[in-house]
Design a binder for this molecule. Structure first.
Ligand SMILES: Nc1ncnc2c1ncn2[C@@H]1O[C@H](COP(=O)(O)OP(=O)(O)OP(=O)(O)O)[C@@H](O)[C@H]1O
Ligand SMILES: [Mg+2]
Length: 330
């Protein structure tokens, strides 16, 4: 049995007055000790539901999950001391300072005043919040809040850490900072289960990736294994004129390994190919012969986004804009 073992987990929400939602629809996964598992999926995929089930915040309707052999439903009281959780929305007290927020966590763990203050200071310093520590959190940026929340989650040095979208909404620099913090924790032996909508994040942090959509696991593997699923390279074209899309698509299809994908306003086309340089040369020759003018053309290695597109027919995070910042009722 793996360190974290999930078998056939099902969670059905039954909102009053509307249809039941199968937020988790029979998910299996296993995580080895000391590794990082990313649960990757778009809005509504079931990521937070999985984190809540594993951290004893909700009860699954069916299936089974254990952490270090301890059942998360029947033995929740023994799970809580060994896990740390940083939820999707930073749980901080706005009116307390950064330092006071962490000190309070120590008191909740009955750590004693001195030990609690010492640990709070250690984490404040480690997370680069020394300057800001005596300011109320309501004046903190999103990245600073996330760091305080994560510091609270690891206060008691739990062997297992759950991070629900640890970098959503952070600017690129704060995101890099958060990745460094997580990488350090992992190098110290912490097992991490994180959710993300960012393919790059899963690629960068995780040993193994589970891709989830509509409550179902749709793929699993290392970043390289997932990338290998869609084969060689991608040819990408941007046309000057969307009216050339049909002919260009037909040319790409002939040289590609799968159906070409059309994006943007119909001017952007891409397709996976086996022998990249040769295929690109031929595609460009045929486009030229057909009198199709290009704004841009190139070749690149597949990203995890391509994998997602291939697996689900839609790109990861495609609905980002729709409900950014909207908290789903929970
Ligand atoms: N308390 C709830 N009551 C009813 N439905 C819910 C509840 N919480 C979640 N859901 C539904 O369950 C599904 C999965 O939601 P979940 O929050 O797990 O998704 P997610 O992958 O975390 O999405 P996001 O990226 O937006 O955070 C969604 O359809 C959501 O609307
Ligand atoms: Mg979520």
């Amino acid at each position: 049995m793996s360190f974290i073992q999930v078998d056939g987990l099902v969670k059905i929400y039954r909102p009053k007055g509307s249809d039941p939602v199968r937020a988790l629809d029979g998910v299996d996964l296993s995580v080895n000790q000391g590794t990082v598992r990313a649960l990757l999926g778009p809005n509504g995929a079931g990521k937070t539901t999985m984190v809540k089930a594993l951290t004893t915040l909700i009860k699954p309707d069916a299936g089974h999950a254990t952490i270090d052999g301890i059942d998360v439903v029947h033995d929740a009281g023994r799970i809580r001391p060994i896990i740390g959780v940083s939820g999707q929305y930073a749980a901080v007290d706005e009116n307390l300072t950064g330092f006071e927020n962490l000190d309070m966590v120590g008191r909740l763990y009955h750590l004693g005043a001195q030990a609690s203050r010492r640990r709070a200071q250690e984490l404040i310093n480690a997370f680069g919040l020394t300057e800001a520590q005596n300011r109320p959190v309501k004046g903190f940026s999103g990245g600073m809040r996330r760091r305080i929340d994560l510091a609270g989650a690891i206060f008691s040095r739990p062997p297992v850490l759950f991070l629900d979208e640890p970098t959503t909404g952070l600017d690129p620099r704060s995101r890099l900072g958060m990745w460094d913090v997580i990488t350090t924790l992992v190098s110290e032996g912490t097992t991490v289960f994180l959710t993300t909508q960012y393919l790059e994040e899963a690629d960068r942090l995780a040993d193994d990736i589970s891709v989830i959509d509509g409550g179902k696991l749709i793929a699993e593997g290392t970043a390289d294994e997932l990338k290998a699923q869609i084969g060689g390279q991608q040819i990408e074209l941007t046309l000057m004129d969307a009216a050339d899309g049909a002919v260009a698509g037909e040319i790409l299809q002939r040289h590609g390994e799968a159906e070409p994908h059309v994006g943007g306003d119909g001017r952007e086309l891409s397709v996976g190919v086996r022998e990249g340089p040769l295929a690109l040369e031929r595609v460009l020759g045929e486009l030229n012969a057909a009198g199709i003018r290009l704004h841009d053309a190139g070749m690149r290695r597949p990203t995890l986004d391509d994998v997602f597109l291939k697996l689900t027919g839609h790109s990861a995070g495609a609905e980002d804009e729709d409900d950014a910042g909207a908290e789903e009722g929970s």
